[in-house]
Design a binder for this molecule. Structure first.
Ligand SMILES: NC(=O)c1ccc[n+]([C@@H]2O[C@H](COP(=O)([O-])OP(=O)(O)OC[C@H]3O[C@@H](n4cnc5c(N)ncnc54)[C@H](OP(=O)(O)O)[C@@H]3O)[C@@H](O)[C@H]2O)c1
Length: 265
């Protein structure tokens, strides 16, 4: 019953041990990252870049360089797929264009939008870079493996494009609001206002989640859905920590502002 519902909108999993293994591994890594955030063990970037409970000496990179390191290999993986698998169907071309646009936007924001105050540790940068690179590569490769496989009975391609566009625009808009909180060379944190910041403290995460479901709908592969679900968990954990951080830092932080899902969480 569950399987027949699942395969009404997902391509059958490809007979590839590598893709099956990566589907399970990347999902488990994201669930582990969610549990770590909830338990207060953070990946060290942005507000939590300097949290180091173990006291071990860590190599630190400036945020701008670190973030470019995170996103650029995934961007090149998407771009190079057009040379490795040049003739694919529309679904695959749209999927890889969405992946490329997402990582291009990330690099663009790092260079021209975000105003950073800190850094990122190499210990956090390496696994995140690998995870983005592997997920972008596996996403496109799984799509390539659906070539010639009959389409699932329910077509989510067009709703996927709508979700992707809403997600990427909403995410960019809230990044822009955050960037306006700081003047040139300012490093202070303030309570963000505008957009959906009156409802949730991480609206940019909410739109990132919407964007990843957009990608999953466009793709309709098991890998893309498992990555979207894993990302949702991680961002739930990170937003939970972020809300806790605001509550501890600002006495006047409005208690009705949730973490990432308006009125719920
Ligand atoms: N797919 C995934 O698994 C995943 C994981 C993590 C993040 N992301 C996405 O990546 C994007 C960036 O995430 P992030 O966690 O780095 O976001 P973030 O912590 O909110 O930071 C984004 C930018 O806004 C600045 N900022 C944040 N809060 C501020 C405040 N109160 N006052 C002034 N400036 C503030 C940050 O400065 P500082 O650097 O100085 O803090 C940084 O430049 C998000 O859209 C998120 O959805 C995706």
């Amino acid at each position: 019953m569950v399987m027949s519902v699942l395969f009404s909108f997902i391509f059958p999993p490809p007979p590839s041990l590598v893709v099956s293994g990566l589907t399970v591994i990347s999902f488990m890594i994201l669930i582990n990252a969610f549990l770590s955030e909830i338990r207060g063990k953070h990946l060290n970037y942005s507000k939590f870049w300097n949290v180091n409970p173990s006291g071990k000496k860590q190599i630190k990179l400036p945020s701008k360089a670190g973030m470019l390191l995170l996103y650029t290999p995934a961007l090149f993986s998407g771009l190079s797929s057009f040379f490795v698998f040049p003739h694919q169907g529309v679904r695959c071309d749209v999927l890889r264009s969405a992946v490329i646009l997402h990582y291009f936007k990330r690099d663009f924001e790092v260079l021209f939008i975000h105003k950073y105050s800190g850094g990122i540790t190499l210990e956090s940068a390496i696994p995140i870079t690998l995870s983005y690179f592997l997920s972008a590569t596996t996403m496109v490769y799984s799509q390539h493996l659906t070539n010639g496989v009959p389409e699932p009975p329910i077509n989510l391609f067009y709703p996927g494009i709508v979700l992707f566009v809403v997600g990427i625009i909403g995410n960019f808009y809230h990044h822009y609001i955050l960037s306006k909180l700081r003047g040139k060379d300012e490093k202070e944190y303030k309570i963000p206002k505008g957009g959906l910041f009156g409802l949730v403290i991480c609206p940019h995460y909410l739109f990132e989640i919407i964007m990843f479901y957009g990608i999953a709908f466009i793709s309709q592969t098991l890998y893309a859905f498992s990555f979207a679900i894993g990302t949702t968990f991680y961002l739930l954990g990170r937003s939970y920590s972020t809300r806790k951080w605001y509550l501890s830092k600002f006495e006047d932080f409005p208690k009705n502002v949730k973490a990432v899902i308006p009125f719920v969480f």
